[in-house]
Every structure is written in C-alpha cells, then in structure tokens.
Design a protein around this ligand. Structure first.
Ligand SMILES: Cc1cc2nc3c(=O)[nH]c(=O)nc-3n(C[C@H](O)[C@H](O)[C@H](O)COP(=O)(O)OP(=O)(O)OC[C@H]3O[C@@H](n4cnc5c(N)ncnc54)[C@H](O)[C@@H]3O)c2cc1C
Length: 362
C-alpha cells in the first residue's frame, strides 16, 4: 500500500488547479491521469478561450494546459502518474489504480475527484455505422493526431461544443453540410453561430436525426423536423449526403468512483446527470473526499479551474496546511465562480446547484 496526504483523480483543468493549490501549501500529493498527457479536454482545444481574463480568456486551450502543467511542476510537491487509471474507491480513503507499475493500492488522508465527463450518444436507426463519432472523438482525431475524420459532416447539436467543432472541421477543410438541433433555438454563443453562418453553414433548429444509411459506413443521414412537443413531423424528412456524422449532444459527469465509494448521489438534469450531494466544508457526504470540475456538474473549463482551486485549498486546510488568509482567498474564489455563472448561459447551472443544495438540507 502506498501512502500519501492527498490523491487527485484526473489531470484536466480542475485536477491540475487543485494540485497547484495543494502543492503551494506544502501538501504531498499524487495526481493520477489515465492518459499519457496532462490537460484533460484542454489539450485538444485549439480555439482561444472565452470567459474571464483570470481563467485565461483569449488563450488557446492547449496553451492553458501547458501553463498549468508548468505551474504544477514548479512546486515540486506533487507526483504525477500518467497512463494510470483509478479503478476503485474503498472505505478509509483507499483507491486502487492500474498503470505502468501494475495494480496498486493508495491510501491518502484526502481525495479530490476531478474525473471530468463522458460524451452522450443518441438513439436512432443505424447509430453504430462507422463514421458516426462524438465531438470529443472528432477533436481528438483532428487536433491531437492530425487525422481528418471525413470529407463532409452533419453536426448534431448547436451548443458551444457543436458550433466550435463545426468551425474547426471547416478550418481543416471538411465540408459542413448542416448543423441541426432538436431544441427550438441555438444552444451556444451567437458569436460561434455567426462564424458558421458567415461561411454559409445552415443551422436548423427543431430538427433531429431519424436514421443513418450506408453499406459499410455512413453515406447519408435522414433528418426530420420536430413539433413544439419535440415529436417528429411526418413529411418533413430531408436526406443529407455525408461520410461523417458528429454528435455534440452533451456530456455526463463521470462520478462512478464516488458512487462506488458510497457518497450520496442525485440525478440533477441541469448539471448533466448523477452528481455528488455536498457535505460539510465543500466535501462530498464522505469526509475528506472532494469533487471539482465537470465531475461536479457540467460547466466550462473556467469554472472547472476555480472549483479545482477551491477543492485544493479546502483539502490543504483540512490537512492542516492552510495559509493565514485562506478563508479570504476562498471567499474571492466563490465570488469568481458566481460571476462566471451569471447571465443567461449560467441559468441552467444555477438551477441545478439550487436543486443540489435542497438535497443537502433534505
Ligand atoms: C469542443 C469543446 C470546446 C470547449 N470550449 C470551451 C471554452 O471555450 N471555454 C471553456 O471554459 N470551456 C470549454 N470547454 C469545456 C471544458 O473543456 C471542460 O468543461 C473542462 O475541460 C472540464 O475540466 P475537468 O478538469 O473537470 O475535466 P476534463 O478536462 O475532462 O479532465 C478530466 C481528466 O480526468 C481524467 N480521468 C477521468 N477518469 C479518470 C480515472 N478514473 N483515473 C485517472 N484519470 C481519469 C481524464 O482522462 C481527463 O484528463 C469545451 C469543451 C469541449 C469538448
């Protein structure tokens, strides 16, 4: 059994920021990342981030990842274990991990779960044909491995991810036939939608996928209009030729470890799925176990970084490594988080968090 003060699951923006703050306070920690690179979703994001200056607005996602990684390594207090997946969470803060050194048990005094999210899929006829991908997979192929996933794409989902990935596909030379969305209005920022429209890409709302067709891979998709109750309207079918169908239909928090560890969990639709109920001092209902980033509820990298910093500071305080002005720092970070959640795009998160707070006091 390996012993450490703090274990951090996941090396995305939330996990990196948690590790940075804990390290600054002299906490010995180990950060586990299942892939061979730190940065999480950031490493495949080639666009400049929007949001707040304090969370690197105007900087490309992969550059943010490098900055955070450098900041972490400067502290020298955190070991990073790449290619290492945390596969189990047991009583007494024991984790099991599987990596290059084999299968190991780790016991720590505190744990921060920053495992991010998984992509959602859609149910329709022939949804297993080759050529149908999630938007994250398309970004990985294109932006990480330099592989073009197709020549002509139909994008499902007009949230920021669908719009941004459509634009990246255009930049890579892929013809974007259409962006469709079942909702009656575009889900993402107007600035991203306008960039696509200026390039002649139609964005059709109240429309979904009926089926995909093709012999050995997708060759065309049939879309259909939806009425106000989201029911298909017969006679509104359209056929679109394509060799790539990209699904950007949302993310679900990866919280299986917390469920396995026995934390109280609730299904909160506005936060993306099953999330942990908050306990005392920012912990889950399991003492000494914290959650941050998309694993705590789907938001953005900017809020994931702030949540990571909060979790890192709280864990350090719990371990007796707090700095004299940490209460003030926490208050500032909470205010920053509220600022990021203001406005119409934060409404869903605010509703979801209110529901989660009701669960805490139930
Ligand atoms: C196309 C796209 C565009 C986006 N654009 C923006 C934007 O412009 N601005 C913005 O603020 N946000 C943006 N986001 C959202 C942002 O990327 C995420 O909200 C953010 O990355 C969440 O951070 P995280 O650390 O919680 O999770 P992630 O970045 O997903 O990191 C989680 C990490 O945990 C690892 N992991 C998971 N389970 C385990 C395990 N069991 N053991 C070990 N490691 C594990 C994963 O491999 C991953 O590296 C975008 C997202 C996408 C997909």
């Amino acid at each position: 059994m390996i012993h450490t003060s703090l274990s951090i699951v996941g090396g995305g923006p939330a996990g990196l920021c948690a590790a940075i703050e804990a390290s600054k306070r002299g906490v010995d920690s180990i950060l586990f990342e299942r892939f061979d690179q730190l940065g999480g979703q950031l490493v495949k994001q080639t666009h400049k981030f929007f949001g707040s200056q304090r969370q690197y607005a105007g900087t490309r996602g992969f550059d943010i990842a490098s900055k955070l990684e450098r900041e972490l390594h400067e502290s020298n207090q955190c070991q990073t274990k790449l290619n290492t997946t945390v596969v189990g969470m047991y009583p007494n803060h024991v984790l099991t991990v599987s990596g290059p050194e084999g299968y190991q048990k780790i016991q720590s005094e505190a744990i921060i779960v920053a495992s991010g999210a998984s992509e959602r899929y859609l149910v329709f006829e022939n949804n297993d044909l080759p050529g149908i991908y999630g938007a994250g997979a398309v970004q990985t192929l294109m932006n990480q491995y330099g592989v073009l996933p197709g020549k002509r794409v139909v994008m499902v989902g007009s949230g920021n991810i669908g719009l941004i990935v459509s634009y990246q596909l255009l930049q890579a030379g892929v013809d974007v036939a259409c962006v469709i969305d079942a909702a009656p209005k575009i889900g993402g920022y107007l600035v991203h939608a306008s960039k696509l429209r200026r390039r002649g890409v139609p964005i059709q709302t109240s429309r979904t996928i009926l089926r995909a067709e093709g012999k050995s891979q997708v060759e065309r998709v049939i879309t259909i209009g939806l009425d106000q109750a989201w029911r298909p309207i017969p006679g509104t079918e359209e056929t679109l030729e394509c060799d790539l169908l990209c699904l950007a239909v949302g993310l679900s928090p990866l919280t299986q470890l917390l469920s396995m560890g026995g934390a109280s969990m609730r299904q909160i639709q506005e936060l993306g799925g099953v999330v942990a109920v908050e306990g005392n001092e920012g912990q889950t209902t399991l003492e000494g176990i914290y959650v941050a980033g998309d694993a705590a509820g789907i938001e953005e990298a900017s809020s994931a970084m702030v949540e990571g910093r909060i979790a890192g500071i709280r864990a350090a305080m719990q371990l007796g490594h707090g700095l004299p002005d940490d209460n003030h720092t926490l208050q500032q970070l909470e205010e920053e988080l509220q600022g990021l959640r203001r406005g119409p795009f934060g409404a869903k998160t605010r509703i979801g968090l209110d529901k989660l707070r009701e669960e805490k006091h139930a």
